[in-house]
Design a binder for this molecule. Sequence first.
Ligand SMILES: [Zn+2]
Length: 294
Amino acid sequence: MPKYQCHRKECNRIRSEFSIFLNRRRPPQYEGHAFCSDSCLQMHFEEELREKWRRLQKDSDPKIPRPKLGTILMQTAFITRDQLDEAIKLQNQTREGRIGEWLQRLGFVEEHQITEALAQQYGLPLINLHNSDANADAVRMIPGKVAKCSGLVPVGFDDSQTALQIAVTAPVNFHSQEAIRRMVRKGIVAYIGDESAIDKLLRKLYEPEDLDLSNVPTFRSLEDLTELGNEMIASAINNRAQDIRAELVQDFFWMRLDYPTQSHHHFFRYLPTPVQVRDLVEEKERTVRYGVGS
Ligand SMILES: [Zn+2]
């Protein structure tokens, strides 16, 4: 008779096929792991969530020293020191936009030069998206809201079909990339693409409502999030989900519930304070999408 060891570390219960038969159902799996009971699954979920939250708050992205974008553009796009200073001045005065954006607005560089400089800055390969076709399987793996909030677009698979290729405007935060990898259960290979092409492709591949972040429910704290998550878990258990996955990606909580014939995705958005919420989120999106300090 097959036995099921509970995945929760503190639990030593082993279930037999017979006890599952007595219970008339088995609890859903969490990230592919089996649990002896709904409560063990729920406790494991809460522990995981705390850990993910802690990692996100710590923001321990590996700090790799990188050349500044302006310096690269002076070498590759032949902008002058004066032109760079002018862009920096405008950026400081208006407290908005990135340095590359200002250089482009002032007519000193073309978009592709910024994209190339970003690829050099982050050591990522370039991708030309202007003639790309949709790969429906790749698009299905990343919900529109995740793509939108992370500034990425899925473009296809590598030759061995083991990794999902994504195009980004700036590298997706390390922890978020790991989170996306766990959610799609595939490796992620990132390329740098033109921002305008990524935006255009997003709008081509997804329906407008899939990209709309304005009506996503929000949470303000880990307590809020745990409560929301537990509600989702309870409903997943009731509805006989087979597997549950949950990750924090940038400032979004993404939950994936796998049912026999389909997957449901749910999103919640982190809004820490009620004041100037829109400004804060927009600023964060910019920072996340385009990288800081360039
Ligand atoms: Zn257990």
